[in-house]
Design a protein around this ligand. Structure first.
Ligand code: GLA
Length: 757
């Protein structure tokens, strides 16, 4: 990326440019001038990365204004300077119709503000003007804004990824007033798209039903996507995509085509925050679309004392000219290269065995050893013991908080089991739920004051548990210490870090009343700091983010965790649509998928082991079935398919994903394809939900291959029609395609192409 500042020629502008090039960290505050001739109007900031360009500038009033975001512009192209929009009508101030980069609530702003503040004297008017700019590297920039009269400063941070063009934006709000202020609303960023017709794509869900992809036209008013739960939530995920409609002249919403999978312009965003969050998508009166995202303002109120700063999470944004498929491929590679703890080259996830669905809380040494022996026999890499091993944990009524080994179940501690697992050639993982506590626990009996609560009010339980107030330094330190000891005393390679309820009564009575709402920020910061310190002290330990399934999946937690548990729903058919939704936002590398028992406990659906295996092989494979009930044939099938998975895993989880046929909306068929980034290998999965009226499986035309290269076909599961060639060019597989004989209910096939030359 080349960071460029384009400045109109004027003496002052040249001085500014020189200061900038010489690395001057900031230029003095300039009084906003009304005159369009002011040098301040000449400033345009431009960021280029991948196939996109992002630009903004300072208008004649001194406001920072969005100018361009889209396909990459020519290096020599001049971006016209910013001009504030005129008053559209007496009802719409110029301030509200100007597409500001980071709008403060004041001066007649009627759209969603990025920042809203109450001052000690009751003033609530805040108007931010440009002060200075500095480049922090060749790919990043900081802009300083300040209120027109008060000492409230906002630093906007921008960093663009040279490869993907994905931009990281965040804000730091600083109070240099003598008195405290209360920040009532603080976004990480606001994004503006030019007047056009657009469609919105976003993810919603519920427990055991996460990752539903929703698509709708953006037709005015505001759309709010949020969590008020103190955590990311199952109900909505902090990711969205906005597609420019293919038919811009279609009059009504119903006739508009909406988002396309492989064509058209798409802008996407993802917030790196695991607490309450909010996106507001507005269609304004200029037909522009504005997206504001950051801390959820609901029940927010962050007191900033004199001299204090509040830093927002990062809101990532990107652009693709290749539809939603292109957008998700950019995001997947960005997550692998920049977000995950092992970035830029995260190890493929070990194939795990997890005991939860087999044993639930009834874990003990002989039972786990028996499962471990069977898991090792089919090629599993990691054995994970789930809930039930600690404290007085026999059901979900007791034990959370007591992170010491239950002596009835493991009389000699965990060591004999861990040694056995190692002797079988696997590493060992353990389930924990550190932020939670059962009232029936030694920890609660000792520290009832450690939970989130309002004194004198009920403490609402969910799954018989309360939430520890991690915002408290003593709770934070206690948990870090307990987990550090657990990892020091036992040879543990992996923690499944669970979080099985959302907040209620989020009181924090140890701090003054006007500071208690800081809990929404400090809790999450402390969670991140525990994870960071544990990783630093135990660099070999990998961590999974689980929250009763996919309740805590976001780019914030993913900086500290290697994988996620997308859902407690392991029904292989339901999983197809959930995995489809998941991959719009997140890489298959982190998408753990277990093969469990049939009929499935949730839907009562019976499916073959091979169907279940292939469904899970679309992500990072695990086995969660009760192996004590398996037949010799089951073991043979699983062993064969785990070997096939290991051979192609890197392509599946790290390659370019093409969603060839969607499983959504009651589709009879579905299919995905992953192509390794060097185009040497491709893997296709195909599923038939139910053949209806004798319809055949749609022609599968592969994507992303090298048309000139020769590829050999290998079947992982299923067989080809007799006329299918054993080897053909990339052009043949992409254009002629392949016809599958996949008939019946819950049938699956998988096959692979390997480049010969
Ligand atoms: C949550 C997780 C499950 C399992 C249970 C254990 O529901 O999502 O996978 O670990 O907790 O109590």
């Amino acid at each position: 990326m080349k960071l460029k500042m384009e400045l109109r020629t004027s003496v002052a502008a040249v001085i500014f440019l020189l200061q900038f090039m010489l690395g001057v960290s900031s230029i003095p505050a300039q009084t906003p001038a009304a005159s369009p001739a002011s040098p301040i109007t000449a400033q345009v900031f431009r960021l280029d990365g991948g196939n996109s360009t992002y630009a903004f500038g300072v208008n004649e009033r001194g406001e920072l204004q969005a100018l361009y975001w889209g396909g990459r512009l020519g290096a020599q192209d001049k971006i016209p300077a910013a001009h504030s929009s005129p008053e559209m009508a007496s009802f719409d101030s110029p301030y509200t119709v100007t597409p500001q980069e980071y709008s403060a609530w004041g001066a007649g702003l009627f759209t969603e503000p990025a920042l809203k503040v109450t001052f000690a004297d009751g003033n609530r008017d805040l108007v931010l003007h440009f002060v200075s700019a500095k480049s922090t590297s060749t790919q990043s920039l900081e802009i300083l804004l300040k209120d027109i009269s008060c000492q409230i400063y906002v630093t906007l941070r921008y960093a663009i990824d040279a490869e993907s063009g994905i931009l990281a934006r965040s804000a730091i709000i600083e109070n240099k007033e003598k008195q405290p202020v209360v920040v009532e609303q603080a976004a990480a960023a606001q994004w503006t798209l030019p007047p056009a017709r657009y469609s919105l794509t976003y993810l919603t869900g519920r427990w055991a039903g996460e990752w539903s992809l929703n698509q709708e036209p953006i037709i005015g008013a505001a759309r709010v996507i949020e969590s008020r739960r103190g955590t990311t939530g199952h109900q909505a995920n902090p990711w969205l995509a906005i597609s420019r409609d293919a038919n811009q002249s279609a009059p009504g919403a119903s006739s508009r085509p909406g988002a396309q999978e492989e064509t058209g312009e798409v802008w996407f965003g993802a917030l790196a925050w695991s607490g309450s969050w909010r996106f507001t998508v507005e269609h304004d009166q200029r037909d522009s679309v504005r997206v504001t995202g950051g801390f959820n303002p609901f029940d927010f109120g962050y007191k900033l004392k004199s001299g204090e700063k509040l830093e927002t999470p990062i809101f990532y944004g990107g652009y693709s000219a290749h539809g939603l498929g292109g957008a998700s491929r950019l995001l997947h590679h960005f997550e692998l290269a920049h977000i995950l703890p092992q970035a830029p080259d995260p190890k493929p996830r070990p194939v795990i065995y997890n005991s939860w669905e087999a044993t639930e809380f009834n874990v003990d040494e002989p039972g786990q050893v028996a499962l471990a022996e069977k898991a090792a026999s089919i090629g599993v890499d990691r054995f994970v013991m789930d809930d039930g091993w600690f404290g007085q944990r026999k059901t979900d009524h007791a034990g959370l908080g007591d992170w010491y080994v239950n002596k009835e179940k493991f009389p000699n501690g965990l060591k004999p089991l861990i040694d056995k697992v190692h002797a079988l050639g696997m590493d060992f993982g353990l389930w924990v739920e550190p932020e939670m506590i059962n009232p029936d626990s030694d920890l609660y009996r000792k520290h009832p004051e450690w939970v989130l609560n309002f004194p004198g009010r009920p403490r609402s339980e969910s799954r018989n548990q309360l939430v520890l107030n991690l915002a408290r330094a003593d709770v934070r330190d206690y948990l870090e210490n307990v987990l550090d000891q657990l990892l020091t005393q036992n040879d543990i390679a992996f923690l499944k870090w669970d979080y099985n309820r959302n907040w209620s009564e989020p009181g924090w009575d140890q701090v003054p009343v006007d500071e208690q709402k800081r809990v929404y920020v400090e809790f999450i910061r402390n969670l991140y700091s525990i994870l960071a310190e544990l990783r630093q002290k135990h660099p070999k330990v990998e961590i999974e983010s689980c929250s009763g399934g996919g309740g805590r999946v976001d780019l914030g937690i993913l900086s500290y965790t290697d994988e996620v548990w997308p859902s407690d729903n392991t029904d292989p058919f339901d999983r197809l649509a959930m995995q489809d939704g998941f991959t719009y936002a997140y890489t298959p590398q982190i998408m753990m998928a277990w093969v469990t028992d049939s009929p499935h406990w949730l839907n009562g659906r019976a499916t073959s082991l091979s169907y279940r295996m292939l469904s899970s092989m679309q992500g990072s494979l695990g086995i969660g079935a009760n192996l004590n009930h398996w037949t010799a044939e089951d073991f043979a099938t699983a062993k064969r398919l785990i070997a096939a998975y290991h051979a192609a895993q890197r392509t599946i989880v790290r390659g370019d994903l093409y969603r060839l046929l969607s499983p959504r909306d009651g589709s009879e068929f579905s299919s995905t394809e992953s192509v390794s980034t060097d185009k040497k290998q491709a893997v296709v999965f195909a599923f038939s939900h139910s053949t209806q009226k004798g319809r055949g499986f749609p022609l599968l035309q592969w994507r992303g291959l090298d048309p000139k290269a020769e590829y050999q076909l290998t079947w992982i599961e299923g067989t080809a029609r007799p006329e299918t060639p054993a080897s053909a060019s990339g052009a043949w597989w992409m254009n002629h395609g392949i016809q599958l004989e996949l008939k019946g209910d819950f049938q699956a096939a998988a096959f692979r192409l390997d480049r010969q030359r």
